[in-house]
Design a protein around this ligand. Structure first.
Ligand code: ACO
Length: 462
């Protein structure tokens, strides 16, 4: 079976079977999303009763369309889907998205088996059933029935849960995380996570891959795809608990399998397992915006001693090291600190730290060969200056582009209130992840370290 998904994500012609004039129907929303996409292609609505929908000529059957079709979206009730799929095969359609629910997830295994039989021994690629479709933000195509578009970026997301995939679109926008593609895979009768990982590893618009999975159909293929992937693969695997395992069976009809086995296999393949969607997003933002860490030695800079200790604990609990400062670095930092305090790691810049102390100390840490990544933290202690804290980080990120020796990740943490919010956006939009939690910061730095390790292994084996 041909694995390439280029015509799936970049079709020249799309048909919607079950297109409707009724704006409450999914087939209407799917057609409209394609129509209003910033993407050029032929569009064919299919509906036996209509002559025209949304200003487009409507065909009674797929086989009436006079041209080739690269992609068909199916939005008709489940019992009709097999016949439509037969028409797709007859018409030599390259790719199909089955939006319709009512298959194995609803206990209707026979109907799902029928679909599998229809596509067996053909080259057709099928997504679903029971899916939202996909949003291809990098090319401007919305092949889903869901309202709203993600910001264009370089994180590609795969979700076995449709609703969670949809939620991720809005969460990504809220977190200022740019998305390349977001796709629901549903019951996975054909297109599976491994096909998508294989596609995204070659996709120039994807830098980071994130997955929400409940179960995989072919464990070996899944692990091989992660192993062969040249990009970081973040995995949220649901169904850790017994009750969670039961829930996955009734959601997408998946067998969750032993959690320990999944955990070990993902790690062994070089993937990074995340606890939940928020952790996946935290880490995706770090991996998309920052260089990987070459080692696990972290420098911490703060204006509040307590936050520095919390960051130290969180880093150490996650296998990162907070090394003592070298003599050279100690002397350099000593010159910029007020007399009342001596340098340490974490470095306490003291509550009134402004732009200069933050900037100078971050630069010194980046130059230190014993430090692989830097966390810069600010507590809004009433007289602290948040704008100067973020300004210093933004300056160092700009300068890092010019200095090879500065190519180390910088993450930020803050504790404060409303006065920080605009500044948080300044950093996020510049690709500097900033988290309101020492734990989330440490977990993201760990992901940057794991990615650094993965790249080293890849280089060694090539
Ligand atoms: N060819 C083309 N069109 C046809 C055919 C056919 N053979 N037969 C019927 N149609 C038309 C219908 O006449 C109708 O058009 P109309 O409005 O002009 O009458 C249209 O296709 C749709 O058919 P309906 O019977 O009206 O079905 P409806 O739109 O109500 O539901 C749907 C279809 C959406 C596929 C539904 O069965 C379903 O599965 N819903 C759930 C979808 C879902 O949630 N998927 C998972 C998403 S991910 C998540 O979790 C959010």
């Amino acid at each position: 079976m041909g694995k390439d998904l280029t015509t799936f994500f970049k079709p020249k012609s799309i048909a919607v079977v079950g297109a409707s004039k009724d704006s409450r129907k999914i087939g209407h929303a799917a057609l409209k999303n394609i129509l209003i996409s910033d993407y050029e292609c032929e569009i064919y609505p299919i509906n036996p009763k209509e002559k025209e929908i949304l200003g487009l000529k409507c065909y009674k059957k797929l086989t009436d369309v006079p041209r080739n079709i690269d992609l068909v979206l199916i939005s008709v009730p489940a019992p009709i889907v097999p016949q439509i799929l037969i028409d797709c095969v007859k018409k030599n359609v390259k790719n199909v998205i089955i939006i319709s629910s009512g298959f194995s997830e609803a206990g209707n295994h026979e109907l799902e088996e029928e679909l599998k039989k229809i596509i067996a021994k053909t080259n057709i690629r099928v997504l679903g059933p029971n899916v939202m479709g996909y949003k291809n933000a990098s090319d401007g195509l919305d092949a889903s029935f869901v309202f709203g578009n993600p910001r264009k970026g370089n994180v590609s997301l795969i979700s076995q849960s449709g609703a969670l995939g949809i939620g991720m679109i809005y969460l990504a926008n809220n977190e200022f995380m740019g998305v390349s593609k977001i796709i629901g895979v549903g019951n996975k009768i054909d297109i599976d996570d491994d096909d998508l990982i294989d596609y995204f590893t070659k996709d120039p618009d994807t830098k980071v891959i994130g997955l929400y999975i409940e179960g995989v159909k072919d464990g070996r293929a899944f692990m091989n795809s992660i192993k062969a992937c040249h990009k970081p693969v973040l995995v949220v695997k649901a169904g850790r608990s017994l009750a969670g395992t039961r829930a996955t069976a009734s959601h997408t009809g998946s067998m969750a399998g032993s959690d320990e086995i999944y955990d070990a296999a993902i790690k062994q393949a070089g993937g990074i397992r995340c606890r939940d969607i928020v952790e996946l997003f935290d880490r995706a933002r770090a991996l998309a915006g920052q260089p990987p860490a070459q080692g696990n030695r972290i420098g911490i800079i703060t204006n509040g001693g307590g936050l520095g200790i919390l960051l130290t604990d969180a880093c150490e609990a996650n296998g990162l090291i907070i090394p003592k400062l070298s003599n050279k670095t100690y002397k350099k930092i000593d010159k910029i600190l007020p007399n009342l305090i001596k340098p340490n790691n974490p470095v306490d810049l003291v509550g009134d730290a402004g732009f200069y102390r933050y900037e100078a100390c971050t630069k010194i840490m980046l130059e230190d060969p014993n430090i692989d990544g830097v966390i810069v933290a600010s507590v809004h202690g009433g007289y602290a200056r948040p704008r100067e804290f973020t300004g210093a980080i933004l300056k160092m990120v700009r300068e890092r582009k010019l200095h090879e020796e500065h190519k180390k990740p910088i993450l930020a943490t803050w504790v404060g209130g409303k006065e920080f919010e605009d500044l948080v956006w300044d950093l996020k939009s510049a690709g500097v992840p900033i988290y309101p939690s020492s734990w989330r910061t440490a977990r993201s730095m760990l992901a940057l370290y794991l990615e650094g390790q993965r790249i080293k292994r890849e280089q060694k084996n090539s």
